[in-house]
Design a protein around this ligand. Structure first.
Ligand code: G16
Length: 543
């Protein structure tokens, strides 16, 4: 079978964002669009001939078609082995675990994460390196550069591979192996967590509801929660992965995971609720009528880590993205370990984890993870909570409230303005940038501006520099407002406004976050002129 060299023309818009290339399905369906990007990935890698590539996706529309294309191109480009999840499925954290376990050269994840799927929805592609984590910026920059100059790609003319049967096929010199998408990941979870304690918890009548949102975690959650841990059948809802996620928006937050939210805030709710997103790396955690912010979740996991077998020896450090609340910093202070502040994007945690500077990482965007893989991991976070609940035998709410009593509460919220005109969003940021030069020392009511800057990061391991990572204003009382444009949207721009204040007074810990943050919310609008630039009088999503 001969290698085919196909002539192509570059697309100008293949610049990876916060997490790979995400576009409308219809954009990916243009002739050679996917092929160009895949060839650009391969062209930016060295010495992968004969090595292993892992491929899988979240099962969204176009997943299977794209996988067939990628297999043929990986064969033509000289990979020695390709591991593919059965039916083209692999959650993002499972793919990371498989890269690490089998010492693969890298992997390709097909997902647009929490973005809606289906013919009119979104698709995405991301390259992960040999540590199992998202390619760092130097690699994504190289991919983009290659995509701008591409003139041809390599493929082979062969029949489609049957993705439904576990087994091996040889194409030219490449072994293509269809693997169980769940087994390796489940085994890793069993090593990290006290499965017998969690089993006992479920045996004692403890109930939970896990909403897989018709996305990738359905099969993983059913195997681990229902089959291995003994949670009652029906614990996992929306557990069958569908190409359009059943018409839903697979983003585990209070707005989009409304079915779970209704259950957890309704009568006779189970003790614990959780949801995960399209590709299984995000998580939302709820108690009975109680929402745990992702920032608090990271802090609680860090404070309780030594209760969990996989972390019993303690944490090397914690890392959080800049807009994530400083709740984890208080825990790090108490544990006398470092807390690193990185730009938004899981790729920035990779070096810290590889160098063993951090063990737990987290982001306000519903992502938590650890050194067990190099991605955030939704089901892992749920199992971590279950392990803590099994040890403490207290409610989720009590655990969080006791945490606040000890460390203080970082009251937190994020306001998103989605689908804003891109020019207007850029103008808002530009204006903010100029405003910043005379904000320091200024007083707004009770808030005195202590610092304001455009966040930049120097990676402590390889000294690489990442600039323009979000505009932040810090006030003297520890409150913060951060403004960023999202790097994952596919329509117009999304303005994210992150709001945080610190409340040490336990008598105020029961208060509603939006009310507590009302002054800061007003101030954010006053400083950035949000209403004027976005032409919106309120955010589209509040978390
Ligand atoms: C991705 C990244 C995360 C980031 C999130 C939101 O998550 O992996 O690190 O926090 O996007 O990014 P933005 O604020 O730029 O939209 P996912 O779950 O979409 O892969």
């Amino acid at each position: 079978m001969d290698i085919k060299i196909v002539t192509t023309t570059a697309f100008t818009d293949q610049e990876p964002g916060t997490s790979g290339l995400r576009k409308k399905v219809t954009i990916f369906q243009q002739q050679n669009y996917l092929e160009n990007f895949v060839q650009s990935i391969f062209d930016s890698l060295d010495d992968f001939q004969g090595q292993t590539l892992v491929v899988g996706g979240d099962g969204r529309y176009y997943n299977k078609t794209a996988i067939q294309t990628i297999i043929k191109m990986a064969v033509a480009n000289g990979f020695g082995q390709i591991l593919v999840g059965q039916n083209g499925l692999l959650s993002t954290p499972a793919l990371s675990a498989i890269i690490r376990k089998y010492q693969a050269f890298g992997g390709i994840v097909l997902s647009a994460s929490h973005n809606p799927g289906g013919l009119q929805g979104d698709f995405g592609i991301k390259y992960n390196i040999s540590n199992g984590g998202p390619a760092p910026e130097k690699v994504t920059d190289a991919i983009y550069e290659h995509s701008q100059n591409i003139t041809e790609y390599k493929t082979v003319a062969t029949d489609s591979i049957d993705l439904s049967q576990i087994g091996k096929t040889k194409i030219r010199d490449t072994l293509v192996e269809i693997i169980d998408p769940v087994a390796d990941y489940a085994e890793l979870m069993e090593e990290l967590f006290d499965f017998s304690a969690i089993k006992q918890l479920f045996n004692s009548g403890f109930k939970m509801c896990f909403d897989a949102m018709h996305a990738i975690t359905g099969p993983y959650a059913k195997t681990i929660l229902e089959q291995k841990l003994g949670a009652v059948t029906g614990t996992v809802i929306n557990g069958i992965p569908l190409e359009d996620f059943g018409g839903g928006h697979p983003d585990p937050n209070l707005t989009h995971a409304h079915e779970l939210v209704d259950i957890m805030y309704g009568k006779n709710s189970p003790q614990f609720g959780a949801a995960s997103d399209g590709d299984g790396d995000r998580n939302m955690v709820l108690g009975q009528g109680f929402f745990v912010t992702p920032s608090d979740s990271l802090a609680v996991l860090a404070a309780n880590a030594t209760l969990v077998p996989g972390y019993k020896d303690g944490l090397a450090g914690i890392a959080r993205s800049m807009p994530t609340s400083e709740a984890a910093d208080h825990v790090a202070d108490a544990l006398k370990i470092d807390c690193y502040e990185t730009p938004t994007g899981w790729k920035f945690f990779g070096n810290l984890l590889d160098a063993n500077l951090a063990t737990l990482c987290g982001e306000e965007s519903f992502g938590t993870g650890s050194s067990h893989v190099r991605e955030k991991d939704g089901l892992w976070a749920v199992l971590f909570w279950l392990n803590i609940l099994a040890v403490h035998k207290k409610s989720v709410e009590d655990i969080v409230r006791e945490h606040w009593t000890k460390y203080g509460r970082n009251v937190y919220s994020r306001h998103d303005y989605e689908g804003v005109d891109s020019k207007a969003a850029n103008a808002l940021m530009e204006n903010l940038y100029h405003t910043f030069s005379h904000l320091k020392g200024k007083k707004f009511g009770k808030y005195l501006v202590e610092y304001c800057d455009d966040f930049g990061y120097i990676d402590p391991v390889d000294r690489s520099i990442s600039q323009n990572q979000g505009m932040r204003i810090g006030f003297q009382d520890g409150s913060r407002i951060v403004f960023r444009l999202s790097g994952t949207g596919t329509e117009g721009a999304t303005l994210r406004v992150y709001l945080e204040s610190f409340e040490p007074d336990t008598t105020k810990h029961h208060l509603d976050a939006q009310k507590e943050l009302a002054d800061l919310i007003k101030l954010a609008d006053e400083i950035a002129d949000i209403k004027k630039y976005t032409d919106r009088d309120k955010p589209s999503v509040i978390t």
